[in-house]
Design a protein around this ligand. Structure first.
Ligand SMILES: [Zn+2]
Length: 142
């Protein structure tokens, strides 16, 4: 016997036992399996991963709002990073120092980017230097 996790077209999940995979195919084809919740015979194997079904949402809309937001943030950060790479100097770990020099007129004002610790970024902020921390993108975690 094999157990399959099934779901009807209204998103009700349930388990059913079959003598074999072929038996499953036959019974599905014959619409012999009905949803115990609503009686629908439009039943298919449920995805193995847990999923959230929201009402009548189409499959293309099944992406959670949080995932969409993450994608947007990612695209935004990636765009900004590409912009910086082309239009700003990478000063690396010298970022806090360079940012200060520019702020106090000791260096020519220009676009720079680089690395700063949380404390350094905080200190810059307290000095009124508009430094923007750029989180690392997933692809850069090596
Ligand atoms: Zn159902």
């Amino acid at each position: 016997m094999i157990r399959f996790a099934l779901a009807c077209d209204r998103g009700h999940g349930f388990d059913a036992w079959f003598s074999s995979g072929d038996s499953y195919d036959e019974q599905i084809e014959a619409q012999a399996i009905v949803c115990p919740t609503c009686g629908s015979s439009h039943v298919k194997k449920a995805p193995m991963a847990p999923a959230v079904l929201r009402g009548k949402a189409k499959e293309t809309e099944s992406e959670s709002p949080a995932a969409g937001e993450r994608k947007q943030t990612y695209a935004f950060l990636k765009g900004m990073r590409n912009y910086l790479k082309e239009n700003a100097d990478d000063v690396g770990k010298a970022f806090p120092e360079e940012a200060r020099k520019m702020h106090y007129g000791e260096a020519e004002a220009r676009n720079i980017y680089g690395e700063a610790s949380v404390d350094e970024a905080k200190a810059l902020h307290e000095e009124g230097i508009p430094a923007l921390p750029l989180p690392k993108l997933p692809e850069e975690h090596n």
